[in-house]
Design a protein around this ligand. Structure first.
Ligand SMILES: Cc1cc2nc3c(=O)[nH]c(=O)nc-3n(C[C@H](O)[C@H](O)[C@H](O)COP(=O)(O)OP(=O)(O)OC[C@H]3O[C@@H](n4cnc5c(N)ncnc54)[C@H](O)[C@@H]3O)c2cc1C
Length: 379
C-alpha cells in the first residue's frame, strides 16, 4: 500500500479548501440555524467536478479514484459536515448505484447530469420501520405490463425532497428473500412520486433529510437497474463503497475539530499560561491526533482496495466503524478543550460535536459494522 499523497490529491485538497473558505464557511452557521439546504453550493461543486468524482470522463465526470474522492470529502467536512454528507450521498449512493449497475442507456442518460449537478441524486433504502433490517422493507413494486407500480415510503433520505433523480429499492418478491428486492430509477415529476416530511435534526442540518412517498407511481421496466431481484445485493455493494465516504466524512469532521482545539489550546490562558501546557490538555490532543492518524490509515486502506477493484466489505466496515467512533470522541474532546466557549455557537466545535453523531448511524450503525466485521472474521 502506498499512502503518500499524490499530486492530484494535493491539488484537490487545496481547491476544496479554497472553495469551502469562500462558499461555505461564511454561510454555514446560517444554513445550520435555519436548516437551509443550499442547492446553489452543489451546483458550484458540480462545476468543480466534485459531484461526479468517480464518474469516468466519458460520462462527464472527473474520472478520479478513491484517494481523490476521500480527500475531497474530508477536506470539505473539515469545514462543514453537512455539505460533506450531501456530497457523499450524491456521489457514492445515487450516482454510484447507477454507475455500477446501470446499463449503457441509463448511464448515458443520468451520469452526465449527476456529475455536473444539473441533477441532484438521492438513494432510498431505509424506511420508517426498516433501517438496519432493510430486507424487511414494505415499499413494493408490482408489475403491470411493461410498467411497475411503486407504493410505499422511504424515510431519512438525503435529498428526499430536492432530488431530481432517485434510486429506489422496492420489494418485487417475497419478504426476507434476498432476491426479492429490485432497484428502480425514479425521476422528479413522475406521477405518484413526491417528497414528504423533512426531518428537524440534531446536526448535519444543512443536508436535507426527508421522506420520499410513492403512491401508485408508475415507472417503465427500462427504469430497472440491473436485473429484477438483484436490488438488495446491489445495495449492499453500493454501501461497501459508501462506507468509505462516511469514513472520509468522519475524518474531515475530526480533523476540523482537532485543528480548532489545537489553535485554541495554544491561545487560551489559564493560571498564567496557555492551557496546552497542562499535561491533561496536551495528552488529550495527543490522543486525538493518534486516533485521527489511525482512522486516516484505515480509510486510505479501504480506498486503496477499492481503487484496485478488490473486495472491500470488511475494510470499509473497519474504516467506517473506527473513523466514525473517533470522530465522535474527538469532537467531544474538542468541546471539553474549549470549556464554556465550546458550548456556544460562537466557536466551531459545538457544530462539529452535533454533526459527528450522524457518522456512527448513517450507512449502517457502529453495531451493524461490528456485525459485518464479525461475520467476516468468523467465517
Ligand atoms: C442524516 C441521515 C441521513 C440518511 N440518509 C440516508 C439515505 O440517503 N438513504 C437511506 O436509505 N438511508 C439514509 N439514512 C438512514 C440510515 O442509514 C439509518 O438511519 C441507519 O441505517 C439506521 O437505521 P435506523 O435509524 O432505522 O435504526 P435501527 O435499525 O432501528 O437501529 C436502532 C438501534 O438498534 C441497533 N441495532 C439494530 N439492529 C441491530 C442488531 N441486529 N444488532 C445490534 N444492534 C442493532 C442499531 O445499531 C441502533 O443502535 C440516513 C439517516 C440519517 C440520520
Amino acid at each position: 500500500m502506498e499512502f503518500q499523497t499524490n499530486e492530484n490529491q494535493k491539488l484537490i485538497a487545496q481547491t476544496v479548501r479554497d472553495f469551502a473558505e469562500k462558499h461555505i464557511r461564511p454561510k454555514m452557521m446560517e444554513w445550520d440555524e435555519s436548516q437551509e439546504f443550499p442547492v446553489e453550493v452543489f451546483k458550484k461543486m458540480g462545476e468543480l467536478g466534485l459531484m461526479g468524482v468517480l464518474v469516468p470522463a466519458e460520462y462527464g465526470g472527473a474520472g478520479l479514484g478513491y484517494y481523490e474522492y476521500v480527500t475531497a470529502i474530508s477536506e470539505l467536512s473539515r469545514v462543514c459536515g453537512s455539505i460533506g454528507l450531501s456530497m457523499a450521498a450524491h456521489n457514492s449512493l445515487c450516482t454510484g448505484h447507477i454507475l455500477q449497475f446501470g446499463n449503457e442507456k441509463q448511464k448515458q442518460k443520468y451520469l452526465p447530469k449527476l456529475a455536473t449537478a444539473e441533477f441532484l441524486g438521492a438513494w432510498g433504502l431505509t424506511e420508517a420501520n426498516t433501517g438496519s433490517d432493510s430486507m424487511r422493507m414494505q415499499c413494493t413494486a408490482k408489475k403491470d405490463g411493461n410498467e411497475w407500480i411503486i407504493n410505499g415510503a422511504k424515510n431519512w433520505i438525503t435529498h428526499g425532497k430536492s432530488c431530481d433523480v432517485a434510486v429506489v429499492l422496492a420489494r418485487t418478491g417475497d419478504l426476507l428473500d434476498s432476491k426479492g428486492i429490485t432497484a428502480f430509477v425514479v425521476e422528479k415529476g413522475t406521477k405518484g412520486f413526491r417528497g414528504g416530511k423533512k426531518e428537524n435534526k440534531l446536526g448535519m442540518r444543512a443536508s436535507e433529510t426527508a421522506e420520499m412517498i410513492f403512491e401508485d407511481c408508475r415507472v417503465s421496466s427500462e427504469n430497472i437497474l440491473g436485473e429484477i431481484g438483484d436490488g438488495f445485493i446491489q445495495a449492499m455493494k453500493v454501501l461497501d463503497g459508501g462506507r468509505i465516504s462516511i469514513a472520509a466524512l468522519s475524518l474531515g469532521i475530526a480533523k476540523g475539530a482537532f485543528d480548532a482545539s489545537l489553535k485554541y489550546a495554544k491561545e487560551r490562558q489559564q493560571f498564567g499560561k496557555p492551557i496546552a501546557e497542562f499535561q491533561a490538555i496536551g495528552f488529550k490532543l495527543a490522543d486525538m491526533a493518534t486516533q485521527i492518524e489511525a482512522a486516516e490509515l484505515l480509510t486510505f486502506q479501504s480506498a486503496d482496495l477499492k481503487n484496485r477493484n478488490q473486495k472491500v466489505t470488511k475494510q470499509s466496515a473497519f474504516a467506517k466503524y473506527y473513523a466514525s467512533e473517533v470522530c465522535v470522541r474527538v469532537a467531544t474532546d474538542a468541546v471539553q478543550i474549549f470549556g464554556g466557549y465550546g458550548y456556544t455557537k460562537d466557536f466551531p466545535v459545538e457544530k462539529f460535536f452535533r454533526d459527528s453523531k450522524l457518522c456512527t448511524i448513517g450507512e449502517g450503525t457502529s453495531e451493524i459494522q461490528k456485525m459485518v466485521i464479525a461475520r467476516d472474521i468468523l467465517k
